[in-house]
Design a protein around this ligand. Structure first.
Ligand code: BES
Ligand code: MN
Ligand code: ZN
Length: 500
C-alpha cells in the first residue's frame, strides 16, 4: 500500500473516499460544514435526523453525495471537542478500516487534523494509521493450499494536512511508520513459521538473506565447534538433546563511523521449547514455536533501522537452538560451566532461555557495547504479572530503562519496569554450584528472578532485559505473533539519533 501527503481543502478532494472527523454538536462544524455547503445541505438534513450524532467512535459511511468530488465520505465520531484517548483513536481506526473493506474504494484521503489525541502528535497519529492497516491486512497463509482472500481493494492512502511544516512532519512519519511496519512484518513472518521448518539453520539462512538485501548489514554464524572453543557451556547444554545444530548468529548494521560504540540487541532464539527433560505438559507446549520471538524481533529492528538509514551501529546477537528431551539431553541437577566461568546447577531444563542468553550476553563483552538490550519470551509469570499490555522491563542502568519506557509510550508498544533488587538473586544460590538456574524453593516473582539470573552475566555493561512472553504473541482476535517490541525498539533507536 502507498501512503502520501497532500495539503488541500477537503471539499475539493477527488477521491474514492474522504475520511473526516465528525463532532458532536448542535450545528455542523469544520470540514463537514464545508461539505454541507458544497452538497447544498445534505449533511444538515442527516444531522437533523440524528444520524450524525458524532459520538466517540461512531463511524458513518455516506455514498454518492451530489456536489462533492469525493465518491464517498466516511465520518469518524470524535465527541464534542475532538479530544479522544489513544485507545479510542485506535478503535476508530479499526472501525474505519472494517468499513472501508466493505467498499470498493481504491484510494482514500484522510484528514486527521481536527482530532486531538491526548499526549500524542501528528507523527503518532499517522504512524498509528499505517500500523492499523498492517494489523488489519496481515495474513500468514504460506502453508495453506488455498490462500486467504484479499480483504480490500485499497491501494493508496493520502494524508491531508494543513501547513507546509506538517507536510514535512507527515512525510517523516510515513517514512518511519512504513519502515516499522516492514520490520514488524518480517518479525511476524519469521515467528509464525513452525519449528519443523524454522530451525536454527533456517534462522541463520534468513540472517544471511537479510545481509544480502541490505548493504550495511553483514552476518556471521558460529557453529557448535566454535561455541565449544568459546566455552559456551550453558548454550551447549540446552542444545545437546536436539538433532538440530545450534547457531550463534551475529548481524551487524553499520550506519555510523567505526569508532561509535554499538547498541547490541540479543534475541532469544529457541526454535522450539518442549521444556527438555523437565518436559512441559501438552497444553503448555502449544505456542512454544514462538520461543524465538526475541530473535525475530532483532531481525525486524535491524531491517527497520536499515530502511531508515539510522546513523548508528547496531549489532544483533541470536543464540539459537531447540530445547528437546531425550537420552543425551541435560538432566535436572547437572552442573555446567558458563562462558563467564560461573558454574550453574540446572534444576529445571525448562528454564533454558536464561541459559542461552547468559552465554550470549557474556559474548557481547567483545563488542565494547554502548548498551545491551535482550529480548526474550522468558517467563510465563510475565503474563500473570502484566497481562498482554506491557512487556516486562528490567535494567542495571536506570537511564536506559527510562529511555525504553519513554520509547514504549511514544510508540504505544509499552514496557513496565520491574525491580531488580539483589534480594531476588538470593534464591538462586546453589549448594553445589555458583548458582542454580531456578530457585529450589520458589519465592514468587519468577519474571524478576529470571532477570536476576541474567544480571549475573551483565555486570560489565549497561543492560536492559525485555521479557516479552506476554506481548510477542496473541490469541485474539487472531492467533499469531504481534511483532512486539519492534516498534518500541525502533523508537528507542530513532530517539538515540535525535539525541546525537
Ligand atoms: N519459553 C518459556 C516461557 C514462556 C511460557 C513463554 C509461556 C511464552 C509463553 C520458558 O522457557 C519457560 O519454560 N519458562 C518457565 C520457567 C520456569 C521453569 C521457572 C516458565 O515460565 O514456566
Ligand atoms: Mn522453557
Ligand atoms: Zn523457553
Amino acid at each position: 500500500m502507498e501512503f502520501i501527503v497532500k495539503s488541500q481543502s477537503p471539499e475539493k478532494q477527488k477521491t474514492d473516499c474522504l475520511v473526516l472527523p465528525l463532532f458532536q454538536s448542535a450545528r455542523l462544524s469544520g470540514a463537514v460544514e464545508k461539505l454541507n455547503q458544497a452538497s447544498k445541505g445534505t449533511f444538515g438534513t442527516l444531522h437533523k435526523r440524528g444520524d450524525l450524532a458524532g459520538n466517540v467512535t461512531q463511524v458513518v459511511l455516506l455514498q454518492s453525495i451530489e456536489g462533492l468530488s469525493a465518491q464517498r465520505v466516511l465520518l469518524l465520531g470524535v465527541g464534542k471537542d475532538g479530544k479522544i484517548s489513544s485507545v479510542q483513536y485506535r478503535e476508530l481506526l479499526q472501525k474505519m478500516i472494517a468499513t472501508l473493506c466493505d467498499t470498493n474504494a481504491q484510494d482514500i484521503v484522510i484528514d486527521l487534523n481536527d482530532i486531538q489525541v491526548k499526549d500524542k502528535d501528528l507523527n503518532w497519529k499517522i504512524r498509528q494509521v499505517i500500523a492499523a492497516f498492517h494489523f488489519a491486512f496481515y495474513r500468514f497463509d504460506e502453508y495453506k493450499s488455498k490462500k486467504d482472500p484479499k480483504l480490500s481493494t485499497l491501494r493508496k492512502v493520502t494524508f491531508n494536512v494543513l501547513t507546509k511544516k506538517d507536510v514535512t512532519l507527515a512525510q517523516n512519519a510515513i517514512e518511519q511508520g512504513v519502515a516499522i511496519v516492514k520490520g514488524i512484518e518480517l518479525t511476524k513472518n519469521l515467528a509464525n513459521v513452525p519449528a519443523n521448518i524454522c530451525t536454527p539453520t533456517f534462522l541463520a539462512e534468513k540472517a544471511k538473506k537479510l545481509a544480502k538485501a541490505h548493504n550495511k548489514i553483514s552476518t556471521a554464524v558460529l557453529e557448535e565447534k566454535d561455541m565449544r572453543a568459546l566455552k559456551m557451556g550453558l548454550l551447549l547444554s540446552v542444545t545437546q538433546g536436539s538433532d538440530s545444530s545450534a547457531k550463534l548468529i551475529t548481524m551487524e548494521y553499520r550506519g555510523a563511523r567505526k569508532d561509535v560504540k554499538p547498541i547490541v540487541l540479543v534475541g532469544k532464539g529457541i526454535t522450539f521449547d518442549t521444556g527438555g527433560n523437565s518436559i512441559k505438559v501438552p497444553p503448555n507446549m502449544i505456542g512454544m514455536k514462538y520461543d524465538m520471538c526475541g530473535a525475530a524481533t532483532v531481525f525486524g529492528v535491524l531491517e527497520a533501522a536499515s530502511l531508515l538509514e539510522l546513523p548508528l551501529n547496531i549489532i544483533g546477537v541470536i543464540p539459537s537452538c531447540e530445547n528437546m528431551p531425550g537420552p543425551s539431553a541435560t538432566r535436572p541437577e547437572d552442573i555446567v560451566t558458563s562462558m563467564s566461568g560461573l558454574t550453574v546447577e540446572i534444576l529445571n531444563t525448562d528454564a533454558e532461555g536464561r541459559l542461552i542468553l547468559a552465554d550470549a550476553l557474556t559474548y557481547c563483552e567483545r563488542f565494547a557495547p554502548d548498551v545491551v538490550i535482550d529480548i526474550a519470551t522468558l517467563t510465563s509469570a510475565c503474563q500473570l504479572a502484566l497481562g498482554p499490555f506491557a512487556s516486562g522491563l528490567m535494567s542495571n542502568y536506570q537511564p536506559l530503562a527510562d529511555a525504553l519506557i519513554q520509547a514504549g509510550n511514544q510508540s504505544s508498544d509499552r514496557a513496565w519496569q520491574l525491580p531488580l533488587w539483589e534480594e531476588y538473586a538470593e534464591p538462586l544460590k546453589s549448594e553445589f554450584a555458583d548458582l542454580s538456574n531456578i530457585p529450589l524453593n520458589p519465592i514468587g516473582g519468577a519474571t524478576i528472578v529470571a532477570g536476576a539470573f541474567l544480571a549475573k552475566f551483565t555486570q560489565k555493561f549497561h543492560w536492559a532485559h525485555l521479557d516479552v512472553a506476554n506481548t510477542a504473541t496473541t490469541n485474539s482476535p487472531k492467533r499469531g505473533a504481534t511483532g512486539r517490541p519492534v516498534a518500541l525498539l525502533v523508537q528507542y533507536l530513532i530517539n538515540r539519533c535525535n539525541a546525537i
